[in-house]
Design a protein around this ligand. Structure first.
Ligand code: PXG
Length: 460
């Protein structure tokens, strides 16, 4: 079938409904409505099959750091495909792009993570971390250390292990919960902090880790797996007291610490890694999304010396791998993407444009009766919609206020995502000043429309 836009939107929608099962979607309601068909993209904009231009406030899905349609990445893929489209790394072979990328990642992390294991998705990188943590303790003669501690609202992907490590109860309900996982509270001050200061709450949320380790017995705990900030959970940014305390607890009980940097990695928080922003010293990291700006699927588990030394010197055969571990085309695209991020100073740009975006959002929306908080770091942020600004009260869940706002955004050619009643955003780092203004105007318009609708529905 010719996939150029030769069909009408209606035809695409019919075929879509007939054959395509979408991720995280209520298919019945989607079919009643019809998918929006996205056909092309450039910079911070997408176009649909009706040729409407959409401001992409989510960079694809937290991915497109360098923006859409960069020719340098296209060229890198084409060059590598003609040179060597694929070869595996299983049987004592390697390809130059995979070696070069592993070396580059060691440099980018200041040699803290000298080794990289490649996969295709964030979920696979997380799965690799879980497997490697447990393997580490087997190597170290402490095989009872198997439990992975994660957090409520944590998102670590959708494989069986990723969803088990994550703290999304709706996913656990459908897939069943795998053994060997435990969850503690999220450091979500806005939603859970009550009258505590963020600093007090941060310490309490961290202490939950110590309590859980004692409950389980440290001799049964393999490690703690956490996002530096919780992206899909609603851009939950921990208070300043949280991470130092978590770090202290991990050291005290000698448990491994893994930072899931799938969203934070490669500049999203205004530093190269979320671990730099929050001063986390992890043993393992997972990266994906920004690694290739989403142009091609690629992820990695980055391994620090403590685990790498055990794995390499004492681990014997590592019984783990994917056909496409270290795919040369994906690795070549990642190298070109990292070149662009470095050449154009995009990590600093994310910090600078992020500040501007937050300041402009606050100037326009801080006093809005529907807005409870505007938060962010670098170019990732959230706007909390509230039923009461003073008490930070939530709307009833079934009122779907966040979803209403997301629909207003979408109808008005603007992408923000709703997590419960939290509107989250993560635009490409190349967003310029004029586009920042456009972003704010579109967000404010959608929030005004939502406010009117919420009033009409008698929710306020
Ligand atoms: N870890 C984190 C921190 C993530 O954000 C994954 C792992 C899994 O990556 P893959 O490539 O397997 O999807 C993610 C993915 C959303 C949304 O709606 C977020 C993600 C994926 C899909 C939707 O916010 N994050």
């Amino acid at each position: 079938m010719d996939t150029a836009v030769t069909f009408t939107t209606k035809q695409w929608q019919e075929l879509d409904a007939a054959h395509f099962l979408h991720p995280f979607t209520d298919h019945k309601s989607l079919h009643a409505q019809g998918s929006r068909i996205i056909t092309r993209a450039k910079g911070v904009y997408l176009w649909d099959s009706e040729d409407r231009k959409i401001l992409d406030g989510m960079a694809g899905l937290w991915c497109a750091a360098v923006g859409h349609g960069r020719q340098e990445l296209v060229d890198a893929a084409a060059r590598q495909m003609s040179e060597l489209s694929f070869y595996n790394a299983f049987f004592k072979t390697a390809t130059p792009p995979a070696i070069a990328l592993a070396h580059r990642l060691a440099e980018l992390t200041g040699q803290r993570f000298k080794h990289a294991f490649f996969a295709c998705s964030g979920s696979e990188a997380v799965d690799s971390i879980i497997r490697t943590m447990r393997h580490y303790w087997n190597i170290k003669g402490q095989p009872s250390r198997q439990v992975i501690i994660g957090r409520t609202y944590g998102y670590h992907g959708s494989t069986i292990a990723g969803s088990a490590a994550g703290g999304m109860s709706d996913m656990h309900k459908q897939a069943g919960q795998a053994p060997g996982f435990s969850h503690i509270m999220a450091p979500y001050w806005y939603g859970l902090g009550g009258s505590e200061t963020p600093e007090e709450f941060g310490l309490r949320a961290a202490k939950a880790l110590e309590d859980r380790i004692l409950e389980l017995g440290a001799e049964n705990v393999a490690g703690f797996l956490a996002e530096p900030l919780q992206g899909a959970g609603g851009v939950i940014i921990p208070p300043a007291t949280y991470w130092p305390e978590i770090q202290r607890i991990c050291r005290k009980y000698d448990i491994l610490l893994a930072a899931d940097e799938v969203i934070c990695g490669f500049g999203r928080t205004g530093r190269w890694f979320g671990s730099d922003t929050f001063q986390i010293e992890a043993d393992l990291m997972s990266v994906a999304k920004g690694l290739t700006s989403g142009y091609i699927p690629l992820s990695a588990m980055l391994v620090g010396s403590r685990v790498a030394n055990a794995l390499i010197d004492e681990g014997g055969e590592y019984n783990h791998g994917f056909t496409y571990s270290g795919h040369p085309v994906a690795c070549a695209v990642a190298l070109a993407n990292l070149d662009l991020i470095e050449r154009d100073g995009l990590v600093d740009k994310a910090a600078i444009q992020g500040e501007k975006l937050r300041a402009a959002l606050r100037a326009r929306l801080a006093d809005h009766p529907l807005v409870g908080e505007i938060r962010g770091v670098g170019l990732v942020g959230a706007i909390e919609l509230t039923a009461d600004k003073k008490t930070r009260a939530f709307f009833p869940e079934d009122a779907g206020v966040g979803l209403r706002c997301r629909n207003h955004c979408f109808r008005n050619d603007f992408i923000m995502r709703a997590v419960r009643d939290t509107m989250v955003f993560a635009p490409p780092f190349i967003i310029d000043d004029e586009q920042v203004e456009e972003f704010v105007a579109r967000a404010a318009h959608a929030i005004d429309l939502t406010y009117a609708e919420v009033q009409d529905a008698g929710l306020l």
